[in-house]
Design a binder for this molecule. Structure first.
Ligand SMILES: Cc1cc2nc3c(=O)[nH]c(=O)nc-3n(C[C@H](O)[C@H](O)[C@H](O)COP(=O)(O)O)c2cc1C
Ligand code: SF4
Length: 525
């Protein structure tokens, strides 16, 4: 073999080694850092995937939990890329039952749409002050209407938690700790909501009982803005949190105060209260001790809990500051299939039932409603806001923005992108600094789109879109306003006068300008 032939045959090997070295040292793609060279196969398949799927497998809208269109939109938005779609909708508008259509207005007093682009910031605070109605000492107006939902350190990697916390700091949003305590990874400067689950991780004594003094210490030592008491979660209501043993590291065990070597399964119910009456006493005790707004998170099944809650709150002396309603279609790190598939109502059915119970009791202005369950896309978020949701929480959409590819292996510790694993080799692939920028860009883009939709409807804030502004279609035959579909009375789904006036005033100050040319001399006004 000649010198040249030997050199030529060694070239592919050298090129592969060079590519592997490049893949492992770059920080942009977690998948390539963890799977050098072969990871490119996934990107190749992704590139030709649309064609393969179009002819052989599925359409852009068939995949679940998030369709290809939805994921593409999140990926493009978080990278600040062109996230427009060309050639018109590929949704099956003609034959779809329950397809939402937002009704724009031709003329409006609101300023014309801003020219804000994907990932550029707009001001979009909550219309309601969290903890304001109950006079909590540390009540505040959340500056972002969209925030990151509860996901614990344990279900997610430390690097993912860091990326999220840095990302919410950049976007001025809130980061819910999840029920796995407040870890050092959460301390990157972003504002937190501290979640208390039935395991009381982070605020329990050696025997696993709730410890108020520890709670006071933990919230005082970090930028915690509110406390969320987790009653249940849409993907597994009636079950406590589950951290499979495969994902339990010594660091997590120390932070949670548990033993190594077995699954960490939280109890299905709280030990600190046993009914609505004792729960409200406990909520008031925590709010009083910390000064923070306190809310509950729950999936929706039987309505008796909500009826009793509103009956007791109507007396005025005790109450929750916010209610997070999680849809049955919500995500989880690990759950039995039957719970994910069949327990708890889907978000729109569950939320509207809960909202109706609060509305019957005249309490909708006294609480902030937070919604979660695939609401991190502007169309779904708009429908939720029209039905009375004040703020939207996103979990899996945030994961997608920091690199998740929806491989659905979160329960195995084999997450290929380092998002939902504790395997150090896989976690190494996720660079918190660059992923935080992506999360922030995604959150900003949702805010931008929600503001643009409000402008199309002719209002200054998406909280002012009401249930008459959206119809659900029955194919091309018929459309029914949300108000009729969900049996809302005329005043339901509408903000109280004072709240509406405050947010209108705030948005008028902040309203973007631009959009239309100056009127000509012959203009009609
Ligand atoms: C990996 C993962 C971990 C989660 N951990 C928690 C948790 O600790 N506490 C909780 O209340 N919800 C938890 N959830 C549920 C989410 O907070 C959220 O309610 C649900 O996924 C719906 O939002 P989404 O559709 O935007 O994902 C988790 C979800 C995922 C995907
Ligand atoms: S890439 Fe797969 S395993 Fe990792 S977080 Fe996403 S869905 Fe879970």
């Amino acid at each position: 073999m000649s010198k040249w032939t030997r050199a030529l045959s060694a070239a592919p090997l050298l090129a592969t080694a060079g590519l592997a070295a490049w893949d492992m040292s770059q920080k942009k793609h977690a998948l390539l850092r963890n799977f050098p060279v072969i990871g490119h196969g996934r990107y190749l398949l992704e590139t030709i995937g649309p064609e393969l799927r179009q002819y052989i497998i599925s359409t852009n809208d068939q995949e679940r939990p998030f369709s290809r269109d939805q994921r593409s939109w999140i990926y493009a938005s978080c990278k600040g890329e062109n996230n427009y779609f060309g050639f018109g909708t590929d949704d099956d508008v003609e034959d779809n039952i329950g397809y939402p259509v937002i009704k724009h207005r031709t003329f409006t007093d609101s300023p014309p749409p801003s020219g804000t682009h994907s990932a550029e910031d707009v001001v979009l605070p909550s219309a309601k002050v969290l903890g304001g109605p109950r006079g909590r000492r540390l009540a505040f107006r959340p500056q972002s209407l969209i925030n990151v939902s509860a996901m614990s350190f344990g279900s997610l990697s430390g690097a993912a938690i860091e990326a999220i916390n840095k990302g919410v700091l950049l976007a001025g949003a809130l980061h819910n700790t999840g029920e796995g305590a407040l870890s050092p990874h959460h301390r990157q400067g972003g504002d937190l909501i501290f979640q208390i689950g039935t395991g009381y991780f982070g605020c329990r004594d050696r025997e696993g009982r709730f410890d108020l003094e520890r709670l006071k210490d933990v919230v005082a030592g970090a930028p915690v803005r509110a406390i969320e008491v987790k009653l249940s979660q849409g993907a597994k209501p009636g079950l406590g949190g589950v951290l499979p043993a495969a994902k339990l590291t010594q660091e997590i065990a120390d932070i949670r105060g548990v033993e190594m070597g077995h699954d960490i399964v939280s109890p299905s119910r709280h030990g600190e209260f046993k009914d609505v009456d004792s729960m409200l006493d406990w909520v008031e005790k925590i709010a009083d001790a910390t000064g923070l707004p306190v809310g509950v998170k729950s999936a929706v099944g039987d309505l008796v809990f909500w009826e009793q809650l509103t009956q007791q709150m109507a007396k005025g002396d005790r109450g929750v500051d916010f209610v997070t309603v999680d849809g049955g279609e919500g995500g989880t790190g690990a759950a039995p299939l039957v719970f994910s598939d069949a327990v708890a109502l889907p978000f729109f059915v569950g939320f509207t039932r809960v909202y109706s119970v609060f509305a019957e009791a005249g309490l909708t202005d006294s609480v902030t409603f937070i919604g979660s369950g695939k609401l991190g896309l502007p169309k779904a978020a708009t429908v939720a806001l029209a039905l009375g949701v004040d703020m939207v929480n996103v979990a899996r959409e945030a994961m997608l923005s920091i690199g998740c590819i929806q491989s659905q292996k979160c329960h195995t510790d084999k997450c290929p992108t380092g998002v939902a694993t504790q395997n150090p080799w896989l976690v190494r692939g996720l660079d918190p600094a660059s992923k935080s920028v992506r999360l922030a860009a995604y959150l900003r883009t949702v805010r931008r789109d929600l503001l643009k939709i409000s402008e199309a409807v002719g209002v200054l804030h998406p909280g002012l879109i009401d249930p008459d502004d959206i119809e659900l279609l029955e194919g091309t035959r018929h459309g029914v306003p949300l108000r009729g579909v969900y049996g809302y009375a005329p005043t339901w789904g509408v903000l109280g006068k004072d709240i509406a006036a405050d947010i209108t005033e705030l948005m008028t100050r902040e309203a973007p300008t631009g959009g239309s040319a100056a009127p000509s001399r012959s203009a009609a006004h």
